[in-house]
Design a protein around this ligand. Structure first.
Ligand code: BES
Ligand code: MN
Ligand code: ZN
Length: 518
């Protein structure tokens, strides 16, 4: 898809379709008014006849509108003007894009980016329009023998800004959102792949491919033998039951030599390419979804792709511990005790709590970078799905400023996280009579928090945050929309953008009371 930015009168656009908004009830947006004026009231007379109320999701495609140069004009319902917030705006954009794609317009000039969205500026509107458009048109059909081919697909979208003064900012937003959107697409594609294709070796190959694409990224793969020498026995314990070789993928991006900005941000992504549970076998219902258990790994690759594309002036390291968790005669058994890279011994009471076992060794490995911050991303606990559902990532951290930066980035990116407490009170539930720590807590309560408590034993030497994405990384229903979401790539890239360019442009508006439930 090609995206461009432009400023100009709607009636003068020579294009397949001009898109404008209609508010409820039957009220013209600013740009719709301009077309109405040049067409001698063509649009307002259609609205009077009752063809379009202006509710969100409604559309009306007009041909040969007098006084305009476009083949078509698409009217899109935007709901009540005062109620146009983040989610409504994204719905409006998505509906417009779907309609264009299905009705034969191969290019469009879309004026919906000039709508007033509560508390948001031009940069935000352009960014979210482009990211929403890409998400709307996403399909995963690489494994279907017959592809769904649209005869006249949408190929080029021009989004508009109200004045030429805004063109510079909007171009920057265009660049940023395209990088984020292609990162999201990479993440979705990887996560949607089944585990017979997407193995640890496959992930390592895709990481190498990313380095070939970008000179600023280098890649090293730690093989099983090297991990044994290092002493990553916690990670290796998870891989033991599988015929697939484990890997530890290390990607380094160098965007600055500036001494002050040199300490890298390290991302650690859980890369369990299939989680059967191991000897603590999972029930068979919905077990297919455990192919998504490498969504954390897919996320960090998506973030790395966006960072490299944007050439951000920052240093970033991605660590991906990747394994397959299977039962077999070689598999780790409940009660087994291993020594982690940190030297701490772990009693593995449940082989299905495997994510923390691979993450802890990667988190210890992260120490060697003297990082400015470490953020791990993992589909870690079913309890997080119970607590937060599919809207917010679980966020736990040992450093308040980092928590706030991530919460703010999530709000700005429309990819929200919510904090859960990482209090000392929860720690003793991980005590083991035989080892330094057990890999599960002794009760069933607060599963997301106790999982983070486990990780916190390995992150004492730096500022660290943990994102539990078990509920947000993929959608299960409805069935035809089942698939990876590409989250939290937008949150993490926004976090880095804000770090790099802390100017007013990207400062999030303070959270309004109404926003907490939007
Ligand atoms: N990958 C799962 C977590 C998960 C479950 C993600 C369902 C998405 C949907 C993780 O490895 C796991 O099995 N966690 C266990 C931990 C328990 C044994 C302490 C869980 O959540 O049940
Ligand atoms: Mn598991
Ligand atoms: Zn898992």
């Amino acid at each position: 898809m090609e995206f461009n930015i432009k400023s100009g009168h709607p009636e003068k656009q020579r294009t397949a379709c001009v898109v404008v908004g209609i508010y409820e009830p039957r009220r013209l947006s600013e740009v719709a008014k301009q077309i109405d004026d040049v067409s001698g009231g063509h649009i307002s007379s259609i609205l009077r006849r009752g063809d379009l109320e202006g509710k969100i999701g409604q559309t009306l495609l007009l041909h040969n509108v007098p006084g305009t140069l476009a083949d078509r004009v698409l009217l899109v319902g935007c709901g009540r003007e005062r109620e146009l917030g983040d989610n409504q705006y994204r719905k409006v954009i998505a509906q417009a894009i779907r309609t264009l794609h299905e009705t034969g317009s191969m290019e469009t000039v879309c004026y919906l980016t000039e709508l007033n969205v509560r508390g948001r500026d031009t940069n935000w509107r352009i960014r979210h329009a482009i990211e929403t458009a890409q998400a709307t048109l996403y399909t995963f059909d690489q494994l279907k023998s017959k592809k769904n081919i649209t005869r006249r697909p949408l190929r080029k979208i021009v989004f508009t800004v109200a004045s030429r003064r805004e063109l510079g900012l909007a171009e920057q937003a265009n660049r940023e959102s395209q990088a984020i959107a292609s990162g999201v697409k990479l993440t979705k594609d990887l996560a949607n792949l089944p585990s017979n294709i997407c193995t640890p070796t496959y992930l390592a190959d895709r990481a190498k491919a990313l380095c070939t694409l970008h000179e600023s990224v280098s890649c090293e793969i730690l093989e099983k033998g090297q991990m044994e020498e290092l002493g990553m026995h916690s990670l290796l314990a998870v891989a033991k039951g599988s015929n697939e070789d484990p890997k530890m993928i290390v990607l380094e991006y160098k965007g600055t030599e500036d001494k002050k900005a040199e300490a890298p941000v390290v991302f650690v992504g859980k890369g369990v390419t299939f989680d059967s549970g191991g000897i603590s076998l999972k029930p068979s219902q919905d077990m297919d979804e455990m192919k998504y258990d490498m969504s954390g790994a897919a996320t960090v690759l998506g973030v790395m792709s966006a960072v490299a594309e944007l050439r951000l002036p920052i240093n970033v390291v991605c660590l991906i511990p990747t394994v397959e968790n299977m039962p077999s005669g070689h598999a780790t058994k409940p009660g087994d005790i291993v020594t982690s890279l940190s030297g701490q011994t772990i009693e593995i009471l449940n082989t299905d709590a495997e994510g923390r076992l691979i993450l802890c060794d990667a988190l210890t490995y992260a120490e060697r970078y003297k990082p400015d911050a470490v953020i791990d991303i993992a589909t870690l606990t079913g309890a997080c799905v119970v607590a937060l559902g599919s809207h917010a990532h679980g966020l736990l951290s040992n450093h308040n400023p980092l928590t706030n930066d991530l919460l703010n980035a999530g709000r700005l990116a429309g990819d929200k996280a919510w904090e859960l407490p990482l209090w000392d009170e929860y720690q003793p539930s991980l005590d083991s009579p035989f080892a330094d720590i057990a890999n599960i807590s002794d009760g069933r309560s607060a599963g997301t928090i106790t999982a983070a408590c486990f990780l916190s034993r390995f992150t004492k030497k730096y500022h660290w945050a943990h994102l539990d994405i078990a509920g947000t990384a993929w959608k299960s229903a409805p069935k035809k929309e089942k698939g990876a979401t590409g989250r939290p790539v937008p949150l993490l890239v926004q976090y880095l953008l804000t770090r790099c360019f802390e100017d007013k442009r990207m400062t999030p508006t303070p959270m309004l009371p109404e926003e907490s439930d939007s």
